[in-house]
Ligand binder design. Structure first.
Ligand code: SAH
Length: 466
């Protein structure tokens, strides 16, 4: 057994079993308990649990431990519904009651706004969290890696946390209910026809992933097989098609080729085996066309809640000019365009902008225009060129938040309102601090839960010009 470094405050060893009371919860969803003042991070625990843990790793100022026994469960603890919740890298906080998950997410945002953003009125501006009515089977997209278990059986499932070993499970509790049946049918086809799964280490074999997408409003289903090769290498594809088309709603069966040695799931080349090249879905009244490579929100029900909040905050009357920055496939832009005079979207990924333009046409909207490029380059250039002062600016950046150049340009453009949609409370708070230094005031904040049982937090904020 390895000893802790000399200067560690407690004399503990690896694998030693100690009692802990969980007192805090990290933003990654790990419990935190202290042993003689020395902090340990423990997966699969919740605040209030009294547990026996085994020390797994020791650092100078903290350690990691694994639960051996729950001595006294916290009142907030629930039995995870999924039998593989602990092994699977997907749901990190299924052991916490859904009500408490929402409280955890709200507190996380409140903490960031207070400590990073320096806001003092957080309690009064935060609206109630918008949680899901039913936090199960909410995802419309799944990507199952395919491989073999220790006994050599063909399996599909999800990666265990931080590894590429597959936890076999086709009946995922957060995926659309039909998903399990689709994956089982693909596996049956593979077994019957001796189609090998792909092996990452040797870069041999064929089927890498099974991608499923379900249009929740339309019922349309897409199945995409990602193969290390091409369609011709798949034997008896008719029998695969026959199986899958028995499933109600099947609309598109696609083969995607990915022959690279890479962690990226999808390759760039697709071939349609049966049906359409895409499926359609609706969020509210807006229709979207989704191809196998398109980005699309994975929880359409809560996305509608989120965008409705953004729209409420934007408070459009029909005469406004609006910028939607980091617009992706134009999901928010089209939502706003129904209520605004003119919307301009900006997005860095060319293919996403192509989808955005197609979606605008699909919805017969001619008051939206999209620009390809970095928001921090396109917006300052456009502002310099036209000097336009938009009424509302909406931003929905990736986790790293907005570039400072963009924030200062937004301030110079003096919109009446700024709506900030964020997937990272820390960078949100950092950016809001800059925006609220002088002429803007943070008016309202709402947390909308898009990803139940995970620690991801989605927030929408309203800023008004003073
Ligand atoms: N608003 C969209 C997507 C938001 S995700 C929706 O609701 O569907 C964030 C988007 O920002 C991604 O599409 C990503 O490609 C894009 N992006 C990342 N960095 C960017 C940058 N510097 N400028 C513009 N877009 C960027």
């Amino acid at each position: 057994m390895k000893k802790v470094k000399e200067n560690s405050p407690v004399n503990l060893k690896k694998n030693q079993v100690i009692p802990l009371t969980i007192e805090d919860f990290t933003k990654e969803g790990e419990g935190l308990g202290k042993y003689q003042g020395f902090p340990f991070f423990v997966k699969d625990t919740v605040i209030g649990d009294k547990v026996k843990v085994s020390v797994t790793k020791l650092k100078k100022h903290y350690g990691y431990a694994r639960v051996v026994e729950i001595l006294e469960p916290s009142p907030d603890r629930v039995e995870p519904v999924c039998p593989v919740a602990r092994q699977c890298g997907g749901c990190k906080i299924q052991q916490l009651s859904y009500e408490k998950q929402l409280e955890f997410k709200k507190n996380l945002v409140a903490g960031c706004l207070t400590h990073i953003g320096g806001f003092k009125n957080v309690d009064t501006i935060m609206e109630p969290v918008c949680g899901m009515k039913d936090p199960w089977h909410y995802r419309n997209k799944a990507q199952f890696p395919v491989g073999y278990d220790k006994e050599g059986n063909l399996v599909a499932g999800f990666y265990a946390g931080r590894t590429h070993s597959i936890v076999a499970n086709t009946d995922c509790m957060i995926q659309a209910e039909v998903t399990g049946r689709i994956v089982e049918n693909v596996l049956d086809y593979m077994r019957e026809n001796h189609v090998p799964a792909y092996d990452e280490k040797s870069h041999t074999g064929l089927v890498r992933h099974i991608l499923t997408r379900v249009g929740f409003s339309t019922g349309e289903i897409m199945v995409c097989l990602i193969v290390n090769g091409n369609r011709k290498q798949l034997p008896h594809v008719r029998s695969l098609v026959d199986r899958l088309t028995k499933i109600e709603g099947m609309a598109s069966i696609i083969i995607n080729s990915n022959t690279e040695k890479t962690n990226k799931i999808l390759g760039t080349h697709c071939e349609t085996l049966w049906g359409k090249d895409y499926i359609e879905d609706r969020i509210g009244e807006v229709r979207y066309r989704i191809g196998p490579l398109s980005f699309y929100q994975v929880n359409p029900v809560q996305t509608k809640v989120l965008y409705s909040k953004a729209l409420e905050y934007a408070n459009l009357k029909g005469e406004e000019t609006v910028w939607d920055l980091y617009c992706g496939i134009g999901t928010i832009s089209l939502f706003l365009a129904k209520k605004a005079k003119q919307v301009y979207g900006v997005e860095i990924v060319k293919e996403a902008v192509e989808d955005a333009r197609k979606n605008a046409a699909l919805n017969h909207m001619d008051n939206v225009e999209f620009y390809v490029g970095k928001a921090e380059e396109v917006v300052p250039a456009q502002y310099e060129k036209t000097g336009i002062h938009p009424d509302v600016i909406v931003v929905d950046p990736p986790r790293k938040g907005c570039d400072a150049t963009l924030l200062y340009t937004m301030l110079a453009m003096e919109p009446e309102r700024i709506v900030y949609v964020s997937c990272d409370p820390a960078t949100l708070a950092r950016d809001l601090k800059i925006l609220c230094e002088e002429n803007y005031e943070l008016k309202k904040v709402t947390v909308v839960d898009q990803f139940g049982h995970s620690t991801h937090v989605e927030t929408v904020c309203l800023l008004s010009r003073k």
